[in-house]
Design a protein around this ligand. Sequence first.
Ligand SMILES: *Cc1c(COP(=O)(O)O)cnc(C)c1O
Length: 390
Amino acid sequence: MKADDFLGKEVERLKKESLNWKLRELQSASRPHAKVDGRDVLMMCTNNYLGLSTHPKLIKAMTDATKEWGVGAGAVPVLSGNTTLQRKFEKKFAKFKGAEAALLCQTGFAVNSGLIPQLVGEGDIAISDQLNHGSIIDGVRLSKADKAVYRHKDVNELETVLKNSKEHKTKLIITDGVFSMDGDIAPLKEIVEVAEKYDALVYVDDCHGEGVLGQGKGIVSHFNLHGRVHVEGGSLGKAFGVIGGTIAGSKELVEFAYNKSRTWLLSTAHPPGVIAACIAAIDVIETEPQHVENLWKNTEYFKKQLDGMGFNTGESETPIIPIITGDPKSAQEFGKRLMDENIFVTPIVYPMVAKELSRLRTQMSALMTKEDLDRALEAIGRIGKELKIV
Ligand SMILES: *Cc1c(COP(=O)(O)O)cnc(C)c1O
């Protein structure tokens, strides 16, 4: 018996239960036409909604800044890594979001795991939507606050929890903006109204809404809730096409976060080139509205065609469009058959979604053409019929 015996055993168990990940190899830039495992595929499963990861302006900004600044920041931001570029990004991003202030963090995951445990502790309560992202769940687990979960998007149940939480000091409501598995949008206006009634904080994690909703400005712009949402978290690794996490809100919130968030305080700042690319991404979203427009045009067309063929696209309202197959086997088989025809869509099964809600999750890109979408629709329709999904 060796100390690390459990590693292999656990991996064996995962394999036996088909819960292990089989990683595919991306052999080109992440674009709708990409090379994966030696095949030229139509890529329908990335978060690169606007195609910005290969936008010439971002590439130029990143290479120019790298030549000038080198490849690394040299320290965590508070010690000596807070570059002019970081400050420029934060100012520009706050303005873009219509917020007082913003903070650039390492990733969207780091925002949640670093900030949530500082916002609530003993005597407080964290109240989460049932389908929140795992990084929120982990952030809440790291805090000593009481925890409550309300049914997905059920504002009545949320209100009941708030009613019963009168003795808690800080009441923090946390929700995804756009839910990553179903592509539906949080009822943020109703959440804000009930929060105001019970004097609770509202924290929205808009990783899939940044660059997508509200002309690219996210869910707060989409619902016009400026100044009424206390914390807006986001990712720069999705529609922004780069990497990073953001916090937007009041000056006090940002000052609180940079004094308290442990992931921000204890983890190295971004490479300057990354920050320069993120600055360029804001410019592109502001000056080239065609990317967001194309994304939504493709989304509307693709969803309408799928619905017309009788597929179950669930509650989708965004460029995340699931095709719910009902059982894990048919989702896996559907994904495999599409890959045989060089269409890459990842099947999503338990534990990411309930077994009976197994699905293919398609994601739209601004760079997809109508020919791309029609090719995918033809194959999905034909194989879907053969597998008796429709
Ligand atoms: C993707 C995602 C994250 C993680 O963001 P990264 O920048 O990739 O770390 C956090 N929360 C939600 C809701 C997400 O969809």
